[in-house]
Design a protein around this ligand. Sequence first.
Ligand SMILES: NC(=O)c1ccc[n+]([C@@H]2O[C@H](COP(=O)([O-])OP(=O)(O)OC[C@H]3O[C@@H](n4cnc5c(N)ncnc54)[C@H](OP(=O)(O)O)[C@@H]3O)[C@@H](O)[C@H]2O)c1
Length: 328
Amino acid sequence: MPLLQPTIPPLPNTLSFAGKTAIVTGATSGLGFEAALQLAQRDIATLILAVRRVAAGESTKAQILADPLVGKRSSPPHIVVLELNLDRLSSVASFANRVHADFPELHILLLNAGLGGLAFITTPENGYEQMFHANYVANVLLATRLLPLLRATAQRTGAPSHLTLVGSRMSHYASFAKKPVPDSESVFAYMNDKAKFGMGRYGDTKLLAAMWIAEAAKRVPASEVVINNVCPGMVKTALNDKQPLWVRVPVNIVFAIRARTAAVGARTLLSAVTAGEETHGQLLGDMTVEKIVFRGSPQGKRLQEKLWKETSRATEEWTPGAAQEAGF
Ligand SMILES: NC(=O)c1ccc[n+]([C@@H]2O[C@H](COP(=O)([O-])OP(=O)(O)OC[C@H]3O[C@@H](n4cnc5c(N)ncnc54)[C@H](OP(=O)(O)O)[C@@H]3O)[C@@H](O)[C@H]2O)c1
């Protein structure tokens, strides 16, 4: 890991989201807040803030509307705050239903919300390990539910929509090469087994998400939806705030030396949601396509295939017909 990160260039002045509708998940802080703000500064027509805490979402909305650059627009963005809790599939379903009911178009789905951590915590509705659930399960179910709207929007406008998941280069360091999922065990069972939980969990969940992105991209043409995954580099946000002190202190020292601000990191997210077909199914490290070596190995290919099959079965159980409607 180089001591300093490369500079992220400013986005082109001409970049505009006029006339478009975007969803940003986890818009209350860090990268999600900055991405939402920058979309608003660049003329987005409708911005859906998908947030776990609605009161915090309303305060985010007020902050965006009070921004001087947003204030210079000829008309303010239409900002809607909707609850989305990635710990609960019932919340994912309600959110997706509401979007389908209230919004005729969706050009950008930015799946930013996510978490790290070292504690094994289970979700309240289905007892899944929380990081696996939020970073993978809930994200891919939401993406599947909203793909029909992204596709229909592209068919109407003649330009591709974008589905971008905020991943991480930590997926390069996932633990599956050293601790493979046994053939006899499902990936879901493995990820929900406390005995298998460890320091590599964050990277593991981001690798699974990258694998899903790659498989989804095989089934949806890039001419309709560009589906990609982006790592914004090391960015100073609240991501590590809930870590134990012995982790937070050294991480904060490293962050003080090399982390970007959230405003700079968010440029990589805006770049991903406007990227071309060459990024379809790929991980963007900052703004450049990066290969995840393990994904191309025989072991990685087997894991990706197994994950897709299991996720397809689970998707059918959660929402019958959703995978077929998405075009999978
Ligand atoms: N910061 C980095 O260096 C870095 C590097 C690579 C990738 N990333 C990724 O970037 C994304 C954004 O993280 P960040 O760094 O901006 O951290 P952050 O400041 O902690 O923001 C995370 C956002 O996700 C939301 N969230 C967390 N768990 C959720 C759940 N179960 N349901 C709904 N929303 C939830 C949080 O909502 P609350 O405000 O309600 O907690 C918050 O809005 C994450 O996916 C992270 O993995 C970050």
